[in-house]
Ligand binder design. Structure first.
Ligand SMILES: Cc1ncc(COP(=O)(O)O)c(C=O)c1O
Length: 418
């Protein structure tokens, strides 16, 4: 058997996110009719897809641009046209003080997080070990195992606000949040995967102030956020300053196959990021930035996000919430208020057996969801709440979502003995 290094053990060994992807494959082979409410695949929106197709054909039909697309390595920071177009749009729309020198492209935002987290946290020359502080868990499971060193994350329990109509909302518990000399950066996804939470402007302002005080960057993962794809269901202040590292992605616009991520940060951070990214990937893909540059040039990227993608997911969230609330009537299950992204997050208080077991039973019944426990990384003490939660995606067509929600509600009722 091949002998693996510590890196090999860490990256080729078992991990939550890889196991979940394998499980998906396995479940589909066993039951091709499985209702897929587990993954982060975006929905298909015909009018939006049509626009992408038209623009791609136009790009390919232009011999010079097609040659650039296929035959030229990008510079370390990525396509200059795209970076100029994005900087101009961010300046015009939000008055942010950004130029193309504040922007770098990556091959998807997932690898951007690998580079950023390992730039800011892990062992330093002075022998100290730094960590990424997650001010609110549950947080995106894809962060979980991308640290080159152990102990990459620290977090603390959130506050929980109980709301009418079976809803609740997590908040940052600032009384527990501590940044110290070992903190390398603070990171939040906004909207949050897995809960659909959107951190309030007050929370973001306080995190910004704390991060500045500690002399560390505040990373905001905008994979579902502003300015694109704008999967946010209530007016929300976009946020960036020279201590913010905003990470964007084309994936949830419906373009995960193009593998394009974007980092907006101070020039110093962009320089470091681009060097590390070049070592890892040599250069970024061309197609995502080329398409996005065209969509930015005539304003259609932001408009599409605001007028089509945001409202599309807001309506889907509302329908899924109504259906689930009906199905769960009388059960001690609460739903996180859906404020963005494409997930419902259930809190099944006191569920016999917990949600890890529920996940297995749902898989047997042909519904794939994600149990909550793996989203709570960095906590320093066990918390029963973590095995009382469940994430499900409502991005599939409505009739598929309704079928899945019906099975989930029935299984929960059975588990509670109702
Ligand atoms: C919160 C969040 N951040 C980052 C990513 C990574 O996305 P990508 O690598 O496709 O840009 C995802 C994917 O689901 C996500 O949900």
């Amino acid at each position: 058997m091949v002998k693996l290094s510590a890196f090999g053990e860490r990256f080729a060994g078992p991990s939550g996110i890889v196991d979940l992807m394998d499980d998906l494959d396995h479940a589909l082979r066993l039951r091709p009719d499985t209702v897929l409410m587990g993954g982060g695949n975006p929905a298909r929106i015909p009018a939006v897809d049509e626009l992408y197709r038209e623009r791609l054909i136009r790009l390919i039909d232009d011999p010079q641009r097609c040659e650039e697309l296929l035959g030229v390595y990008q510079v370390p920071r990525g396509d200059a046209r795209f970076r100029e177009a994005l900087a101009a749009s961010l300046r015009a729309e939000y008055d942010w003080d950004v130029g193309p020198e504040n922007i770098a492209v990556s091959n998807g935002s997932q690898p951007a997080f690998f580079v950023l987290f390992n730039l800011f946290a892990g062992r330093s020359d002075d022998g100290s070990a730094r960590h990424i502080q997650l001010p609110l868990v549950p947080e995106y499971v894809g962060y979980r195992e991308i640290g080159l060193d152990d102990g990459m994350f620290r977090s603390q329990r959130p506050s929980i606000e109980l709301l009418p109509d079976q809803l609740f909302k997590y908040g940052v518990d600032f009384s527990r949040l501590r940044l110290d000399g070992q903190t390398g950066a603070v990171c939040v996804s906004r909207p949050t995967n897995p809960t659909g939470n959107v951190l309030t402007s007050a929370e973001i302002a306080q995190l910004d102030a704390l991060a500045r005080q500690a002399g560390v960057p505040l990373i905001i993962d905008g994979a579902y956020g502003t300015p694109f794809p704008q999967m946010i269901f209530a007016p929300t202040q976009p946020f960036w300053n020279d201590n913010t590292v905003l990470v964007l992605s084309l994936s949830k616009l419906g373009l995960p196959g193009l593998r394009t991520g974007v980092v907006v940060a101070s020039e110093e951070i962009i320089r470091a990021f681009a060097r590390a990214n070049t070592l890892l990937g040599l250069a970024c893909g061309t197609l995502g930035p080329a398409l996005a540059a065209d969509l930015l040039a005539d304003g259609s990227l932001f408009r599409l996000s605001r007028e089509h993608i945001g409202p599309f997911y807001a309506a889907k969230a509302e329908r899924a919430l109504d259906t689930l609330r009906q199905g769960l009537k009388g059960l001690p299950v609460r739903i996180h208020r859906p404020e963005g992204a494409m997930f419902l997050w259930l809190w099944c208080e006191g569920l016999p057996g917990g949600t890890t077991a529920l996940y297995e039973r749902l898989k047997q019944r042909g519904v794939l969801v994600v149990p909550g426990a793996s989203f709570f990384m960095g906590l320093d003490a066990p918390w029963p709440h973590t095995d009382e939660c469940l994430r499900l995606s409502y991005a599939q067509p409505d009739e598929v979502v309704a079928k899945g929600l019906g099975i989930i509600a029935a299984e929960l009722r059975r588990n509670y003995g109702g």
